[in-house]
Write a protein that binds this ligand. Structure first.
Ligand code: HSE
Length: 426
């Protein structure tokens, strides 16, 4: 039986969940994997939290140096989140010859180059399945199983908090702030929920996943990002009537014109498999040239699903010595030959507050047509306020810049104002 000593940095929601699973499943791993995985050390300032989990006092480390010099520790699990001190600790672990398993998407997204360099130099493993999409095994699918494909597109619901919020807002009309509090209570949201609701968390994950899928570094700073804080329940309602579900989508495409990478709220047809991914569930819908379409679905947030990915990495690390690294050309910056498409093509949902008088609709449609935008559907709703009626338009596929120009032109008139612009994924 191989003994594997691990240390856990941080006993928050995910660290605590990992500790519990390792303790509860110890015999199961012994029997089925021939591995005795023992938590040799934890780094946690909140002693009461460690004690509540049943950690022996002798296993609570006084600092990172103690863990790095502990010969019984083989693998260090970093579940602290954020860049510092996690980055310093992970580099210290790798330089001490310890393999690392991390759930830290922000750290891996921003510093994968530096971390991987240290891991290779010290011949250590660096595993990050838990950094993206919680318990859904997307990283290993990209590093291993789907390697034979040229992946052309990836559309994902990769943030559990926002998916939970949008699901509750669309089902029961619950208020945004109440649902956010519930998501925090359930352990889905980051310590600072801005990262979730403003789309940073999804952008970090898309940076990692699209770099892997397209084999080239896609820095998160090259990802167009919009969160869900300005989504209104009336748009969710109108969209639903037109047969759409609203989701925070992460989209990566590798086409003839270059690479597109964006995170924003989007309407998706109710029949699309991603439309029924609800609550804290996540999914990634990929298209590869050999495999065709593949969707990986499961829980993307929460203690046990994320711990599932962490423990999977611990077992993989303990049973492999020929480490596989990021499976993309992990450069420090984006390769200068890569073109990022910003004037991308999409259909759009526009909600316009229009004056309720003759000629307004034709004025609006003529502005759209002057900008080369053709309409698929137009609905005039009845419940307007102060002499204005909501005009809901779904356009055919057009360019982002044409829509921006048309919105500015409509807003320059005194008869209509564009109140919402939401991309529609066909
Ligand atoms: N805050 C993240 C989410 C946790 O809501 O998806 C998992 O990365």
């Amino acid at each position: 039986m191989k003994k594997v000593g691990v240390a856990i940095l941080g006993l928050g929601v995910v660290g605590g969940g990992t500790y519990k699973i390792l303790a509860e499943h110890r015999d199961f791993y012994k029997k089925n994997h021939n591995l005795d995985i023992v938590v040799e050390s934890v780094l946690e300032r909140n002693i009461a939290r460690a004690e509540a989990l049943g950690v022996e006092a002798s296993k609570i480390a006084g600092g990172m140096a103690e863990i790095c010099s502990n010969p019984d520790v083989d693998i260090i699990i970093e579940v602290m989140g954020g860049v510092e001190p996690a980055k310093t600790f992970v580099l210290a672990a790798l330089n001490a010859g310890k393999s690392v398993v991390t759930s830290n998407k922000e750290l891996f997204c921003k510093y994968s180059f530096e971390l991987e360099k240290a891991a290779k130099k010290n011949n250590c493993g660096l595993f990050y399945e838990a950094s993206c999409v919680g318990g859904v095994p997307i990283i290993r699918a990209l590093t291993d199983n789907l390697q034979g494909n040229k992946i052309t597109s990836m559309i994902g619901i990769i943030n559990g908090t926002t998916n939970y919020i949008l699901t509750k807002m669309s089902c029961g009309g619950a208020a945004y702030s109440d649902v956010l509090k519930e998501a925090q209570k359930l352990g889905y949201a980051e310590a600072d929920p801005t990262s979730d609701v403003e789309g940073y968390d999804a952008a970090y994950k898309l940076s990692i996943l699209s770099s892997m899928a397209f084999h080239t570094k896609i820095p998160y700073t090259d990802i167009y990002r919009e969160g869900i804080t300005s989504v209104s329940s009336s748009d969710i309602f109108y969209g639903k009537q037109l047969g759409y579900a609203l989701k925070l989508l992460a989209i990566g495409k590798n086409g003839a014109n270059g690479i597109e990478a964006r995170v924003h709220p989007a309407f998706i047809r109710a029949e699309h498999p991603l439309a029924s991914v609800n609550d804290s569930f996540n999914a990634v819908y990929l298209t590869g040239d050999c495999v065709g379409e593949v969707m990986l679905y499961g829980r993307g947030a929460g203690a046990a699903p994320t711990a599932s990915a962490i423990v999977g990495d611990v077992i993989y690390c303990a049973t492999h010595s020929n480490y596989v690294y990021s499976a993309f050309n992990n450069t420090e910056k984006a390769d200068p030959s890569v073109k990022f498409v910003t004037n991308f093509e999409s259909a759009y949902y526009l909600r316009i507050a229009a004056k309720d008088k003759a000629g307004v609709l034709s004025k609006v449609t003529s502005v759209l047509s002057k900008n080369g935008i053709s309409m698929e559907r137009v609905v005039q709703e009845k419940d307007g306020v102060e002499g204005a009626v909501p005009l809901v338009i779904i356009t055919h596929e057009t360019h982002e810049n044409s829509v921006k120009k048309a919105v500015a032109d409509i807003n320059a008139t005194d008869i209509a104002k564009v109140e919402a612009v939401i991309r529609v994924v066909s």
